[in-house]
Design a protein around this ligand. Structure first.
Ligand code: GUN
Ligand code: ZN
Length: 425
């Protein structure tokens, strides 16, 4: 089956943090994306491609912007129903809202219902791939992988392991975390578009034994990603220092247990020491910026200068984050960078939400509008609401046309979404 999608197209030829951002982009006002067998076969000017492919089925998106679907590099799908919970900072927020909700995932029916809701919301917001924490319950991992497989979505996920400093009904052990993770990995890693991620929640909720067990599992499966949290709030960092008095710093609690590497994803990474920055860059690790979460739970201002030294993904961090929308997330990233004296270019924001996150996940197949990549696409209406439309009407350039949707947009801006070439609306 060959389909030609018509609309504006925007593709990156290189990393817009490495050169002048506008020079990193190839834009066609009247563009086309040729989709064949679920993958992108060609991107170019509509006129030429229509003539070359007279037999192709044509779907005309008019002046809408065709982008790679957004890639959310750090979410907690089990926190879908507690998003926007009031008044707490990280540790109190976990104890008050998160842990009671996560305990409910012992029930597979609850896990399945939330997995379905979460993925429907993600797609409605233009997010076509994500890397999610589950809960300690293997059922919660089955639920999200099953629901993603039914939709054909590329997903990374893992059982969140915790064997201390969590309620009784939310603790596993070093051994059961290893055994359950290994079994889930064997069942799901590489099954269709699923990838298993070794997932210690964060150092405060794992004993050194559990961290070592998960480090061993990761060493046995070096092609897997490992995800966790790092230096999100100052109270958390002080707690880690107490729990691991021998560690040089927070990152060292992971490194000492085999949990630092190029396929490691470290969420938040706000309050890093110079040594931690150097070490993350040296090993080729990725950090994940969760801007709506960092403001919502009051964590701090991520330093986007890291994007010049290491891979940086962008993420909603649902439900510590306050939105399911990667547009809203880009807006928050812009605002945080402004508070640090840097104006991120819209090209850099779009790149972070697509190819940047895909690179953090070591996934060259997604996040790119380029031949060979999967046809996971988001189609944006750049004048979706009256507020955006009146600003868009004044735009003289591509970037002026796009930036109002980044700053003011949400699911109303998403006109269509394709997963492996299949329209989901
Ligand atoms: N640190 C440990 N667990 C979590 C979580 O669920 N959300 C956030 N934002 N930070 C965490
Ligand atoms: Zn998180």
């Amino acid at each position: 089956m060959t389909t030609l999608l018509l609309g504006q197209t925007l593709a990156f030829t290189t990393d817009p943090f490495a050169i002048d951002p506008e020079a990193a982009v190839e834009h066609h006002t009247h563009g086309a994306v040729l989709v064949q067998d679920g993958r992108i076969a060609e991107v170019g000017p509509a006129d030429r491609m229509r003539v070359a492919r007279p037999q192709a089925r044509v779907i005309d998106h008019g002046g809408h912007l065709i982008l790679p679907g957004f890639v959310d590099a750090h979410v907690h799908y089990p926190q879908t129903a507690i998003i926007a919970s009031w008044g707490k900072r990280l540790i109190d927020w976990l104890n008050t809202y998160t842990f009671p909700e996560e305990a409910r995932f012992r029930d597979p029916a609850h896990a399945e219902a939330v997995a379905e809701t979460y993925l429907d919301l993600a797609l409605a917001h233009g997010t076509t791939a994500m890397c999610s924490f589950a809960t300690i319950h293997p059922e919660s991992v089955e639920a999200i992988f099953g629901a993603a497989a039914r939709r054909g979505i590329a997903i990374w996920a893992g059982k969140t392991c915790m064997d201390r400093n969590a309620p009784d009904d939310l603790r596993d052990t070093a051994q059961s975390a290893y055994d359950d993770s290994k079994r889930l990995l064997a069942r799901w890693h590489g099954a269709g578009r699923a990838s298993y991620v070794v997932t210690p929640r964060f150092s405060p909720t794992s004993t050194p034994d559990q961290l070592s067990a998960l480090g061993a599992l990761w060493a046995e499966h070096p092609d897997c990603l490992m995800q966790t949290h790092l230096s999100e709030q100052t109270d958390e960092i002080a707690w880690v220092q107490n729990l691991f008095p021998e560690a040089r710093d927070y990152l060292d609690t992971y490194e000492a247990h085999g949990l630092l590497g190029a396929r490691g994803l470290y969420g938040h990474a706000i309050h890093l020491t110079e040594r931690e920055r150097d070490r993350l860059a040296e090993v080729g690790a990725a950090v994940v910026h969760c801007p709506t979460s960092n403001t919502f739970i009051g964590s701090g201002l991520f330093d986007m200068a890291l994007a010049r030294r290491m891979r940086v993904g962008l993420a909603t961090d649902t439900g510590g984050g306050s939105s399911f929308s990667m547009l809203r997330t880009m807006a928050a990233a812009y605002e945080i960078a402004q508070l640090r004296g840097q104006a991120l270019h819209p090209a850099q924001l779009l790149w972070l939400a697509t190819e940047g996150s895909a690179r953090a996940l070591h996934a060259p197949d997604i996040g790119r509008l380029a031949p060979g990549a999967m046809a996971d696409l988001a189609v944006l209406d750049l004048a979706a609401t009256p507020a955006i439309a009146q600003r868009h009407a004044r735009a003289d350039t591509l970037w002026e046309a796009v930036f109002p949707t980044i700053m003011l947009g949400d699911d109303r801006s998403v006109a269509q979404v394709y997963v492996a070439g299949r329209g989901m609306r």
